[in-house]
Ligand binder design. Structure first.
Ligand code: NAD
Length: 285
């Protein structure tokens, strides 16, 4: 069987994780972002992640960082996506950014190529409308950190064909993951609930009802969650949380998705969580 070449667009938290999971399951990856600086950071972070993985899993059988990274071509040139069978898009959660990417992919990519969006909230049917291949557009909502999360929410858009759903499931199988298929709606299942809970937890902090530590402790010790909502927000990235809540607000026109003022203020201040070193907690040591 020919080795599949997968395009990943966006080399941030999710694009890196997806590229790593693909490369570690013997796929070749073309990873596209907008600047060489971002791609250099992605290479450094991927190398470090693989090194730590090998250390903690205590396995010399795992491929070395060099071997895995050799399978990933990092580039700012979209034209390299001409040869890929599948694109997994993971750019910033903003409609105004995503809307320019899909027509470009539609022009460049093979006509059989499938487009899987990793969006957290934007309806897949809306994304598909930007292309001339709506039946081949699907949502593949990976969870963070991608290498550690075995289940992916698959979103069937209005025009997504059963063949595309099957190919997406097969693709996930090749990555050692499994998909749960849901129908299209803003935020799907996971983020319709999660984003609301996180936003509300931030409101509680803003109203000084509790501290970040105690909000998280209640969820961990009372409900058995592995992480509390504010720790989860720091892991996801507060910028992505804000854009997701804004997108739910825009798409559902329901005031319950109004972003909390403290969230906006933290994003304005550059406090994005783990990725910037400071969010509700400090990660700079
Ligand atoms: P991020 O901010 O870490 O990375 C986004 C990347 O997209 C950046 O590197 C940026 O330079 C790049 N980008 C922007 N415009 C681009 C363009 N025109 N072409 C190529 N690259 C471009 O964001 P993230 O957390 O990785 O999120 C990416 C997507 O995945 C979003 O849709 C988000 O909602 C979704 N998602 C995020 C999480 C999470 O936990 N962070 C989980 C599931 C899904």
């Amino acid at each position: 069987m020919r080795i599949k070449i997968i395009g990943v667009v966006g080399a941030g938290i999710m694009g890196r994780g997806v590229s790593l999971s693909l490369a570690q399951t013997n796929h070749r990856v073309i990873l596209v972002d907008i600047s060489s600086e971002i791609l250099d950071n992605a290479t450094k972070e991927l190398r470090e992640y693989i090194r730590m993985q090998r250390l903690f899993q205590n396995s010399d059988d795992m491929p070395s960082p060099g071997e895995v990274l050799d399978r990933i071509t990092l580039t700012t040139n979209y034209e390299l996506l001409r040869e890929v069978d599948f694109v997994m898009e993971h750019v910033t959660e903003k409609w105004k950014i995503k809307k320019d990417i899909y027509p470009k992919l539609d022009d460049i990519c093979l006509k059989e190529c499938i487009f899987a969006s990793g969006t957290s909230t934007i309806p897949i049917t809306r994304i598909a409308s930007l292309t001339n291949r709506a039946q081949q557009v699907i949502g593949m909502h990976f969870m963070n950190p991608v290498p550690l999360k075995p289940v992916v929410e698959i979103i069937r858009g209005h025009h997504t064909s059963e063949e595309t759903v099957e190919k997406a499931k097969k693709m996930l199988g090749q990555m050692g993951k499994e998909g749960v298929v849901v129908n299209d709606s803003p935020g799907f299942v996971s983020n319709r609930v999660l984003m609301l809970a996180i936003n509300e937890a931030i409101c509680l902090l803003e109203e000084q009802v509790s501290t970040a530590e105690d909000v998280d402790r209640i969820f961990k010790s009372c409900f058995g969650h592995k992480m509390g909502p504010l720790e989860t927000a720091d892991l996801i990235g507060l910028d992505t949380i804000l854009y997701s809540i804004e997108s739910l607000h825009d798409n559902l026109k329901d005031s319950k998705y109004r972003p909390c003022t403290l969230l906006k203020k933290m994003v304005d201040a550059g406090l994005y969580g783990r990725k910037s070193g400071q969010g509700f907690y400090n990660y700079s040591d």
